[in-house]
Design a protein around this ligand. Structure first.
Ligand SMILES: Nc1ncnc2c1ncn2[C@@H]1O[C@H](COP(=O)(O)OP(=O)(O)OP(=O)(O)O)[C@@H](O)[C@H]1O
Ligand SMILES: [Mg+2]
Length: 337
């Protein structure tokens, strides 16, 4: 069991960490309003807008979680030369994230997801994006930047946050992973099944349940409880461990919590704490950020899983893509029954 002293020891040490995050940067926009009548133009609700808020999402949400947990993050990604791109960059730097490698490309459309919310009900999501591999010069710049940061000992871990929108490809991941292995730093991949980047020997992989099934080429099967006896899940984990050989495979299971697999083949199930759930988007970003930070803080894999499960449990209780603070983490551990 985690006590206060142990958690502060881990989080204090983690606060010294510097983490590079490479992946697809996004802008999450929320338009809040009230819908009380149907339009005369078409049978659709009319939303009377009250408020509009925006935050950074995708890989940038992983960075946001890292800084809100007290550590330092270095961004590696691309935005278009458009308004959304300017906003993404300015929020990144406002948050205190190092934006030296947030590159701009006039041929790209910055990824933006707009949600229209009436009361607490999401009515519509509007996506702006151009899913296409980034140009070879941008990819080369990002790779060089990452290799140099790792080579010069400027980062303690690298997180690949892949939403398969064009920033990460196999060459980038392989080159960066190789250098990270040479320097002995932590590497973590939140994989996207549409591009199973086959990099071997990562420290951590964090697919959700359906991504894990897709990565292993297995038809999806519903969760069996208890999780340790979920044979289909254990088989899927075995296949991923064989092909990717990560040190830790953390499969997130939504409301069922998470299952942690190590190279010894054992499965540790971490159930969620019952709590009110408002919005599960971004929970995966919090999981990878907090697990990596916990490891850098000296946590065991089981402790890191417990910490990231608490952290994700907090953000699913907030509306919108959210990040967690150290105070909130302590409250989740020690101030709820
Ligand atoms: N309904 C829920 N109740 C409690 N905790 C939850 C719930 N849904 C998700 N979580 C927490 O969030 C973690 C990650 O959730 P999930 O498995 O849905 O990840 P994901 O699909 O990658 O999320 P994302 O939308 O960020 O990509 C879970 O392991 C759990 O700790
Ligand atoms: Mg995810």
């Amino acid at each position: 069991m985690m006590d206060r002293r142990r958690l502060s020891h881990i989080m204090n040490k983690a606060a010294k960490a510097r983490i590079a995050v490479v992946g697809d940067l996004m802008l999450d926009v929320y338009v809040w309003g009230k819908a009380s009548r149907i339009s005369q133009e078409a049978p659709v609700p009319v939303v009377q807008v009250r408020n509009r808020t925006q935050t950074i999402g995708g890989a940038a949400n992983v960075m946001r979680n890292i800084v809100s947990l007290g550590a330092r993050a270095k961004a590696f990604g691309v935005v278009g030369k458009d308004d959304a791109g300017k906003i993404i960059r300015s929020i990144i730097s406002e948050q205190g994230i190092d934006d030296e490698f947030v590159l701009s490309d006039a041929s790209r459309v910055s990824t933006q997801k707009q949600r229209i919310i009436a009361g607490t009900q999401q009515l519509l999501r509007i996506d702006y994006e151009k899913i296409e591999p980034v140009s070879s010069s941008i990819r080369a710049n990002l790779t060089e930047g990452l290799l140099s940061a790792i080579g010069k000992g400027k980062v303690d871990a690298v997180i690949f946050e892949d939403y398969a929108k064009g920033v990460i490809n196999r060459e980038l991941a392989e080159a960066v992973n190789k250098e990270a292995l040479r320097k002995g730093i932590i590497t973590a991949l939140d994989p996207h099944p549409s591009q199973p980047l086959e990099v071997k020997g990562l420290t951590l992989m964090t697919p959700n349940r359906s991504e894990a099934f897709a990565l292993s080429g297995t038809y999806y099967k519903e969760t069996q409880r208890p999780v340790e006896k979920d044979k289909a899940l254990v088989d899927v984990a075995g296949k991923i461990m064989k092909r990717w050989a990560p040190e830790h495979l953390l499969i997130t299971l939504g409301g069922d919590g998470m299952a942690l697999f190590g190279r010894n083949g054992r499965c540790l199930a971490v159930p969620t704490k019952a709590r009110e759930v408002f919005d599960v988007s971004g929970a995966g970003d919090t999981v990878i950020a907090s697990f990596v930070l916990a490891l850098l803080g000296g946590a065991s894999p089981a402790e890191a899983a417990e910490i990231s499960n608490h952290a994700a449990g907090v953000v699913v209780g907030k509306i919108g893509t959210a990040a967690i603070t150290v105070d909130e983490l302590f409250q989740s551990f020690f101030e709820r029954e």
